[in-house]
Design a protein around this ligand. Structure first.
Ligand code: ATP
Ligand code: MG
Length: 438
């Protein structure tokens, strides 16, 4: 608990400081209102013990400023009998409680405890609110087809248990969205949801991210860092692209899943966590097992429950709703409409890149079309637009779009990748493919 004592009487200040520090709190002192305020603005305190009669900025003024600035510290007023009216005023201004001087330390400590509890509750509430807000920002999942509605049903069902879930499906089918839906529908929904992409990070980094490390565990470990497993405690850890997890880490991960125990890198104290594991892969893990790239025992652990996402070509009823969804994403697209011929072509395409590819193509076409009505000729060549008759090739379209987004992101590849909805590594690969120097 971090406590600030603001009192102009040296004796009181020091007595309280020693008593409270001896009880295990971190205590700072201020001898007038101004320096109290300066401290409050720069550091976070849980509780402020505030004397009302101080020279310079009086206690009530400090309290007013604190509330104006939304500083979340709880305030306990310390006051002499003569200023009891002020104490009432202070309560109106939002002080937590007040004590009449002189008081005994045994009278003070329970009040501090309660103020601290209140502060913690308030902070937790705030956290919860922002989390809920974040959750409602989770992108809408379109599921009109019968198969997709079954997938949603199944996801909600598996969310009810605490067993590991493996989500399978081709690239771009929506595995990340489903992982999020499972977490949100689970009993852990109001706890943390932590994602690690095993395909995107080098082996040593996956390890240090997952397990954390102690100071000095390796060169560059200048301070200790908790692992994502600890951060996900009581919540969900989403292991994306688990098929890319190196064999050496698979052993360690297996142990965590089996026991909930692990060590930070360089650590000697065993950590214990309760984490729900959701994994996803677009690879065939069974053939990975045959090739010796994936441990069979880990596979059985992570796939206690499974959710399979069918490719978009097997749920064509979703295509038009997905196009509508994409149109809604940008007000500038409102006027634009696909002709029924264009929709037919889009609906009959096989979409090897699934929803991600559909989204990209629709987005680019909407962005680049000069007319409000989009005809087959406006679609990329392999979708039925006539190649060579002024229509654009899909990869040209993609290249141009990538370059434009990169420019908007002022060359920041991570930002550009985020805007494009692809992994930075995918973006790098594409850039290399287009011969754009990296
Ligand atoms: N049913 C859906 N409704 C709306 N958007 C969707 C749907 N399915 C996927 N998307 C969108 O398509 C894109 C790709 O989805 P996601 O990242 O979940 O795919 P993935 O299966 O994880 O692919 P990969 O294996 O390549 O990582 C995302 O932008 C996602 O929001
Ligand atoms: Mg993914």
């Amino acid at each position: 608990m971090r406590i600030l004592i603001a009192d102009d009487e040296k004796n009181i200040r020091e007595l309280l400081r020693d008593e409270l520090a001896a009880r295990g709190s971190l205590v700072a002192v201020a001898e007038n209102g101004l320096s109290a305020l300066a401290l409050l603005e720069n550091e976070e305190f849980d509780v402020l013990l505030l004397d009302l009669n101080m020279p310079g900025l009086a206690g009530l003024e400090v309290l007013k400023k604190l509330k104006e600035q939304d500083i979340p510290t709880e305030v306990i007023i310390l006051t002499a009998h003569a200023t009891v009216l002020n104490a009432v005023e202070a309560m109106k201004l939002g002080a937590y409680d007040y004590l009449m001087k002189p008081f005994k330390i045994v009278e003070l400590t329970p009040v501090i405890e309660r103020a601290y509890e209140k502060k913690k509750l308030r902070t937790e509430n705030l956290l919860l609110k922002t989390q809920i807000k974040k959750q409602s920002e989770v992108r809408t999942l379109i599921a009109e087809s019968v198969v997709m509605r079954e997938v949603i049903e199944r996801s909600k069902k598996v969310a009810q248990s605490d067993f590991p879930v493996l989500i399978t499906g081709e690239s771009g089918t929506g595995k990340e969205l489903i992982a999020r839906i499972i977490h949100n529908a689970s009993a852990r929904a109001d706890r943390s949801y932590v994602v690690i992409n095993c395909g995107a990070l080098p082996e040593t980094m996956i390890e240090s991210e997952l397990f954390g490390y102690e100071k000095g565990a390796f060169t560059g470990a200048q301070a200790k860092k908790p692992g994502l497993l600890e951060i996900a405690h009581e919540g969900t850890l989403f292991l994306d692209e688990i098929g890319d997890m190196p064999l050496s880490l698979q052993v360690k991960l297996l142990r965590v899943i089996e026991t909930g125990n692990f060590y930070r890198l360089g650590g000697t104290r065993e950590q214990q966590v309760s984490v729900r594991i959701i994994s996803a892969t677009n690879k065939n893990l069974k053939s990975g097992i045959e090739q010796g790239a994936f441990r069979e025992d880990l596979y059985y652990r992570i796939s206690a429950l499974t959710v399979h996402l069918p490719p978009l070509r097997e749920r064509k009823e979703d295509i038009v709703p997905l196009i509508e969804h994409c149109k809604r994403s940008n007000p500038a697209f409102k006027q634009k409409q696909f002709s029924s011929d264009a929709l037919k072509l889009l609906s009959s395409h096989s979409w090897p890149g699934n929803v991600r590819e559909l989204q990209n193509v629709v987005h680019h076409v909407l962005l680049l079309s000069v007319h409000d009505r989009i005809e087959p000729a406006d679609l990329p060549g392999d979708l039925g637009g006539q190649p060579g008759s002024g229509s654009i090739r899909l990869d040209d379209l993609e290249r141009e779009h990538i370059l434009r987004v990169l420019k908007q992101a002022a060359g920041d590849r991570n930002k550009a990748a985020e805007a494009l909805g692809v992994h930075p590594r995918t973006l790098m690969r594409k850039l290399a493919g287009y011969g754009i120097a990296s």
